[in-house]
Design a binder for this molecule. Structure first.
Ligand code: FES
Length: 315
């Protein structure tokens, strides 16, 4: 069984109007487990839910850090995790699963492309490469300069190029960034789904092999305007479940006692993938290739929905 770490909040500060820096240290003193660049912790939230937060570090990885820093963006459309985090106060206690890394850094020339709060895992990666005297370039895009956490520090420490959507002079030119990637460079992308899809697609079209494209999604599954209920039939048992607009397939199946495998619940790890026997999925992941998407034969049930009234899944 995985150990749980109990910690207290010892510092909170505002990074932007929507993003808070939250620092945690062990409840009983001492140090915390080391972590590798790109790692996250899984923080336990009320009602048995959890949320993953990347660990932010502007210095090289440390053996036993005294604390962890998270940057948490308030999500009005989310399921309450960010609201809970934003209501925490210094001295409050939280619990989390020790660091895990699904977005590891390959030591090689790198291009980092961050969108919004997706900047957090890339900061630790850039710090590690800087400490190792390895070259990298850092592009950071956001809606406005005021909405971009750590922008000044990233520019000063890593010479990060800042791209603001509301400024035509600096707005991200994705194809220019992708075209500028050298044959030995790895591309690391972290941000919202639309940005990852566009960057992956541009990189694939530019002939960058998938082994050099690394990404992590920084979205949670949220209902989209126009989402409606649909049915899911489990092929092994014939059970039929109704998936309402505000629930994912995994949430409904799990509540109904169906054994399902999953991890990220964002649509970027691929663990929850199932075969589709009939019906048309509405893909909302960033894992599947264009060919897999259009085949309609597989889907990620943590985020994807249906374009037809019923899906029959090979579960
Ligand atoms: S749980 Fe990670 S893609 Fe679904």
């Amino acid at each position: 069984m995985t150990d749980i770490i109990h910690a207290e909040i010892h510092e909170i500060s505002d990074l932007t109007g929507r993003i808070k820096s939250i620092r945690l240290r062990p409840e009983t003193g001492g140090t915390l487990p080391e972590f590798t660049p790109g790692a996250h912790i899984r923080l336990q939230l009320p009602e048995g839910t959890h949320r993953d937060y990347s660990l932010v570090s502007f210095t090289a990885p440390q053996d036993r850090p005294a604390d962890y820093t998270l940057a948490v963006q308030r999500e009005p459309e989310g399921k309450g995790g960010s609201k809970f985090m934003h209501e925490l106060a210094v001295g409050d206690r939280v619990s989390f699963v020790p660091p895990k890394n699904d977005f590891p850094l390959v030591i090689a020339p790198a291009v980092f492309l961050a969108g919004g709060i997706g900047v957090t895992p890339l900061i630790s990666m850039a710090a590690a490469l800087q400490a190792a005297k390895q070259p990298f370039t850092f592009h950071y895009t956001g809606r406005t300069a005021a909405a971009m956490a750590y922008a000044t520090q990233l520019h000063a420490q890593f010479n990060a190029v800042l791209h603001c959507d509301d400024d035509p002079e600096t707005a991200l030119d994705l194809s220019a960034v992708i075209q500028g990637i050298a044959p030995d460079q790895h591309l690391y992308i972290c941000g919202p789904r639309g940005m990852i899809e566009a960057a992956k697609s541009a990189a694939e079209q530019a002939g960058i092999p998938s082994a050099r494209i690394h990404f992590e999604l920084f979205d949670t599954a949220t209902a989209e305007t126009g989402d409606t209920a649909f049915e899911v039939e489990i092929s092994a048992t014939g059970q039929v479940f109704t998936i309402p607009p505000d629930k994912t397939i995994i949430e409904v199946l799990e509540a109904g006692g169906v054994d399902v495998m999953y991890d990220c619940q964002r649509g970027d790890c691929g663990i929850c993938q199932v075969d589709v026997i009939s019906g048309t999925p509405d893909h909302r992941d960033v894992v599947l290739s264009d060919a897999e998407r259009s085949s309609g034969k597989v889907m990620q049930i943590c985020v994807s929905r249906a374009k037809t009234p019923r899906l029959v899944l090979d579960i």
